[in-house]
Design a protein around this ligand. Structure first.
Ligand code: HEM
Ligand code: HEM
Length: 247
């Protein structure tokens, strides 16, 4: 028996997975059993990343558009110092969590791998995306999936994984620049300046990637809530308990 199913789920109640992850539900009249989709490491990573991104966007905003000067000696309130320190600390947490998440790609199941790879050359997959776009615009019919639906999958790869790599590499490069060219940080991340250009250009990439992730997050949160309310399957609780239920 696959560990995706609850041990007490009888065979006829099991929800199977189609080629692109579509849920194949049991025949009408049979209550579908739950499926274990997101393991604990993925769930923990999701919520740690969510919190880190909130902190990074707020502190990043103040780094990019600093407050007018605050009265008193700078070293006494150290306000901007604390904003930058919080940004760097959250950035380190985000970076370590991302590397650990990559480890899950190697040792986790197919749901741990999904957002890091896309079946770009499969026409069938693009057709499923088109169907999902129709549903997102509320002109098509909703369809159940065990993992992410193809449109979410597409957005997670292009609007989350790729810009996250840009944010992490440019962020650590800017940090390395501040730490100094003779530090280990610069040995590891100094090459980013050779690839992208001067400090201003790296900063612009960092800033632009932030907006892509913000855009993704806003649509993602709206859709997570909307899908939960309109589908036969649970959504938000799947990212909390790991189990997806069908009704
Ligand atoms: C900064 C904000 C957020 C970001 C960047 C983000 C990012 C992601 C990513 C990358 C995944 C894919 C996880 C994987 O397969 O490894 C995911 C899944 C998910 N997220 Fe978020 N998330 C955010 C906030 C939220 C919030 C606030 C909620 C709840 C309302 C939420 C609910 C979910 C759910 C339910 C899934 C699973 C979707 C599915 O079953 O297809 N996320 N999120
Ligand atoms: C979701 C992730 C992140 C977001 C949204 C974000 C956002 C920002 C923003 C908006 C700025 C200001 C850029 C400007 O001048 O306009 C900034 C600067 C900076 N960020 Fe990030 N950042 C993220 C991740 C990271 C990471 C992982 C690091 C690595 C430690 C990092 C390190 C830095 C550094 C060193 C600066 C420049 C600080 C300064 O010049 O005082 N960031 N970030």
């Amino acid at each position: 028996m696959s560990k995706m199913y609850h041990p007490s789920t009888p065979l006829p109640s099991r929800v199977r997975e189609g080629h692109f992850g579509e849920a194949i539900l049991p025949p009408a009249g049979v209550q579908p059993g739950p499926v274990y989709v997101y393991d604990a490491a993925i769930r923990l990573w999701h919520w740690v990343t969510f919190l880190a991104i909130i902190v990074l966007c707020v502190t990043g905003y103040f780094i990019g558009s600093p407050l007018p000067s605050v009265g008193g000696e700078a070293h006494e309130h150290y306000l901007f110092g604390w904003i930058r320190f919080t940004h760097f600390a959250a950035g380190m947490i985000l970076g370590v969590a991302f590397v650990l998440r990559l480890y899950r790609v190697l040792v986790g199941g197919k749901h741990a791998r999904q957002i890091f790879w896309i079946p770009f050359w499969s026409l069938g997959w693009w057709k499923e995306i088109f169907e999902e776009v129709r549903w997102y615009l509320i002109i098509g019919k909703p369809k159940e999936y065990v993992g992410h639906n193809p449109l979410a999958h597409f957005a997670m790869f292009f609007m989350f994984v790729l810009p996250m790599l840009v944010l992490l590499f440019t962020g650590f490069a800017l940090y390395a620049e501040g730490a100094g060219v003779h530090t280990g940080w610069y040995t590891w991340f100094g090459w980013v300046f050779s690839v992208l250009g001067d400090s201003m250009t790296v900063r612009t990439w960092h800033h632009a990637a932030m907006w892509v992730v913000i855009l993704f997050s806003m649509v993602h949160m709206y859709m997570a809530i909307r899908e939960d309310m309109t589908h036969r399957q649970t959504t938000i609780s799947a990212m909390i308990s790991g189990w997806r239920f069908y009704r």
